[in-house]
Design a protein around this ligand. Sequence first.
Ligand SMILES: *Cc1c(COP(=O)(O)O)cnc(C)c1O
Length: 395
Amino acid sequence: MKKQTKVIRTQTTQTQYREHSSPLFLTSSFTFETAEQGKALFDETEQGNLYSRFSNPTVQEFVDKVCMLEDCEDGVATATGMAAVFASLAGILQAGDHLIASRALFGSAHQIITQILSKWNITHTYLDASAPEADWEAAVQPNTRMIYIETPSNPGLELVDMEMIGRLCKKHNLIFNVDNCFATPALQNPVDFGAHLVVHSATKFMEGQGRVLGGVVVGEAEYIKPLRFFCRQTGPSMSPFNAWVLSKSLETLDLRMEKHCDNALKLAQALEQHPAVKQVNYPFLPSHPQHELALRQMSAGGAIVTIDLEGGFERVSAFMKALQIPSLSSNLGDTRTIVTNPYTTTHSKLKPEEKKALGITEGLIRISVGLEAVEDLIEDFAQAAEVSAQLVAHV
Ligand SMILES: *Cc1c(COP(=O)(O)O)cnc(C)c1O
């Protein structure tokens, strides 16, 4: 069976009520039929649910579906994407280990690596996403344990060549960990390139409608084992309610991503022709510096488009005022188109030189392209570009 069929047809075992849609097991704990069963469950001679910090049928249903989509053996769900990122690093790395990471990382991942892992003497080396193989290899030290990347990156849409990183990890016996949040398993499966761990903020496209938070790490059972221990003891468990929402969302992930990507490409193409837009960045535009790599490792360009506007914050402000349809929010991956100015919001805590290295200019607008009619989006963005350019020119 194809993945799409399996994901739609997977759910917790039907109860005596013969429900069709998957039930929600909103319970913190589970009962033992006898004292003997309690003992057996705790000494693990019998497998079963004990307590929802450890496991829960609704949460497991969500994890099973992500494993299917990412072609992974096992996984752990967490309360947020950041808990998943943190578990995938802190659950495996030991004091004294060295981590190699692409510089273009989600802001909080950067904070974990520089401010938290460093407290435990876990050191790191950052590389530009597009650095050549020789540079990545030169960064490998005797104590290097893992390479952690995000592709495409937020908000620069820089890609990392996963085939190359997979090859290096194999050669040097390193764990290959990928944040696949932007592409989702609908567009790329990092395990096809040798990834051992795949991390997601389920809050974004997996959720798809901006309602609940969630995270998940999937991968080879050998690597998930220490993560499961880490999560069970430290407690960043996913709420069964959130799992119930997210599990249903996964059934439409493929369909939604198809439309998201189609809208994003059309909007990017239209804005690239617009005289009042300085630059458009989108992996499936031939003008993207890594367009060929995008075609090689992604089946579509994703739902995030960035544009650069001339005229500083004044222009950004006028542009956002002129937009009629999109929401101004720092979230992404919603049915509703969202715009944000990373320079003053999501990435405002970075130092000026860090912003520069990541291509985060004052005039950068990140667009999470939604599922509205693309004609309406094109018209709205075009008029806002025009109006804001005129306004700023007149000041
Ligand atoms: C949002 C995001 C995260 C963090 O996820 P939360 O669910 O907000 O904790 C991690 N990585 C990427 C690429 C993201 O976009």
